[in-house]
Ligand binder design. Sequence first.
Ligand SMILES: C[S@@+](CC[C@H](N)C(=O)[O-])C[C@H]1O[C@@H](n2cnc3c(N)ncnc32)[C@H](O)[C@@H]1O
Ligand code: SF4
Length: 338
Amino acid sequence: MSEVRDQLSRPLRDLRISVTDRCNFRCTYCMPAEIFGAGHAFLKDPQRMSFEELTRILRAFASLGVEKIRLTGGEPLLRADVPALIHFIKTELSVPDVALTTNGWLLEKYARALRAAGLDRLTVSLDSLDREIFGRMNGQGFGPERVIRGIDAALQAGFAVKLNMMVQRGVNDREIVPLTQWARARGLNLRFIEFMDAGMHNGWERSQVVPAKEIVDTLAARWPLEAMAPAYRGEVAARYRFLDGGGEIGLISAVTEPFCRDCNRARLSADGKIHTCLFTALGHDVLGALRGGADEAALRNFISRVWGFRTDRYSEERAERLARGEMVEKAEMSYLGG
Ligand SMILES: C[S@@+](CC[C@H](N)C(=O)[O-])C[C@H]1O[C@@H](n2cnc3c(N)ncnc32)[C@H](O)[C@@H]1O
Ligand code: SF4
């Protein structure tokens, strides 16, 4: 196995794949329904990576030292071959850490198959327990009950489930305490994500970001907390433990406390383009190279070159670039893999 480093000496360790850009939700902060009337369209089937193509591209990534792969989207469970893909990554590529992020809508159906396939970690997104708030945020009027049944099925299948709560001021910030209470009672590790300026369509405003520090202060007033040391370099979530033994929480503060300097993550879009940052529209067409006849060595070369030229640190530059009035073109999170 060889190792590649970018221009800031960051190794390539972590890969996030959007296995499909499609979704059964229309979250207002990610894929608002209105964008479909405004010219946005899902990829066509032949544009997406097939199972076989994915396995070949992943083999090249694994041979370059990727040790963590997250399957996401879009909604990854809309692809019926996801358990088979996980089985391949675990058994053929021996990747130590394989994770999946889902909105939970189809989880009751898939939980056992995901476990049997060897999935190591599972994250379910749940922004609110309140029917009205949740329905408004997912853009479909769906209540949280079915997602909760999916979480229960995953727990029964043996997963230690993590929850993602995307926090947006004035939308679901009053759900921080109730959701924490609910997660603590079930032994679930809840992670709060600051509202990010991903994509071009979610109407992001800085004033709607609830800083991670404010979330910690709110929770600590109710349940005393202590900061935990990072488990490894490049860990995205800052972790805190409840002093009463009620488990831990994580905070992903991409806006208020950027973590670019340790970022060792590449992203693979649903149509097989490598993006070296969540906040760049520039993708490098590895699927095109494969379809053009590249073998494994050529794919490895392609990926090494892309990573070797990488200089991205958007989150650290955000304030400065926005203050300059700079227009930054970004790809949608569902396409790129959130
Ligand atoms: C893009 S989704 C894809 C996986 C799956 N569909 C889901 O919702 O879990 C992955 C994660 O990104 C988060 N996300 C999407 N748009 C976001 C934004 N603008 N800011 C912060 N988090 C966002 C979601 O809340 C979710 O937890
Ligand atoms: S956050 Fe996930 S569930 Fe919501 S629209 Fe985006 S991809 Fe779909």
